[in-house]
Design a protein around this ligand. Structure first.
Ligand SMILES: Nc1ncnc2c1ncn2[C@@H]1O[C@H](COP(=O)(O)OP(=O)(O)O)[C@@H](O)[C@H]1O
Ligand SMILES: [Mg+2]
Length: 238
């Protein structure tokens, strides 16, 4: 890995929150790198700032929060300096964030097909003539052997694990360089948890995706990650 440049580099990132005029630092000093094609697990106890870190990486911090120190370097640029338009581009074309509790990420009154097509349209170069083929292939990639049937269903007709895989397929359709999965399995039972993690591992290997897998449960992710970065209250444990 040493001869390769990192795809993304977090450099002494500090994240603070402003409340009634006062700044409070929540994430103190986070540094780590993501190299092309690797799966890194970011672990640490609940509340230590993992989700804030993930949101900062795609410019999606909530109102009141700001990166108050450090840099987030992606493709030789500091994304902290990006304006909203460039951040939107970054999220659409480069870094996908798959968030905690995103089981509700599907629209209950639209079929899977309709929603997947909507997502495909976000991509600039989507191929109108081969929609069906693209959708079948995406659904195959996330482990569905009967894509035609799945596409005709509504979210309530799918189990939690299936919905999670549909959301994954939608993310994949955007062909991100980096995939950040923030607690992707918390809402799932044990069997589906393992399935989703194994699937992420498989996608990493087959598509050479770079994945940041965030979890408070270090045991479950250590098995899949190439490397583990451990956070403590607001910093990195070395
Ligand atoms: N919207 C918010 N308002 C105030 N504090 C928040 C907000 N979101 C997160 N925090 C605080 O920031 C800290 C880190 O949160 P978070 O990044 O979600 O932790 P983790 O993902 O590691 O469980 C927590 O202690 C939490 O209380
Ligand atoms: Mg979190």
């Amino acid at each position: 890995m040493k001869d390769v440049n990192p795809l993304l580099s977090m450099e002494h990132v500090e994240i603070s929150y402003q409340n009634q005029g006062k700044w409070k630092t929540i994430v103190h000093d986070v540094s780590f790198q993501l190299f092309p094609g690797e799966m890194v697990a970011l672990t640490g106890p609940s509340g230590c700032g993992k989700s804030l870190t993930a949101h900062a990486m795609v410019g999606l911090l909530e109102k009141g929060f700001r990166v108050t120190h450090g840099q987030i370097i992606y493709k030789n640029e500091n994304i902290i300096e990006y304006d909203e338009r460039r951040l939107q581009q970054l999220r659409r074309d480069e870094i996908a964030l798959f968030i905690q509790h995103s089981l509700n990420g599907l629209n209950p009154i639209q079929t899977v097909k309709r929603q997947m097509v909507e997502t495909l349209k976000h991509k600039k170069k989507w191929d109108k003539n081969n929609i069906e083929t693209s959708l079948y292939s995406l659904l195959n990639q996330v482990g569905f052997s009967n894509p035609e049937h799945i596409l005709s269903l509504y979210p309530f007709e799918l189990s939690g694990g299936m919905r999670q895989r549909i959301l994954l397929a939608m993310m994949l359709s955007l062909q991100p360089q980096i995939f950040i999965a923030d607690e992707p399995t918390t809402a799932l039972d044990v069997i589906n948890r393992e399935k989703v993690l194994a699937l992420l591992k498989q996608l990493q290997q087959e598509l050479k995706l770079t994945i940041l897998l965030i979890s408070h449960d270090d045991k479950s992710v250590k098995k899949y990650a190439d490397r583990v970065v451990e956070m403590d209250q607001g910093g990195i444990v070395l």
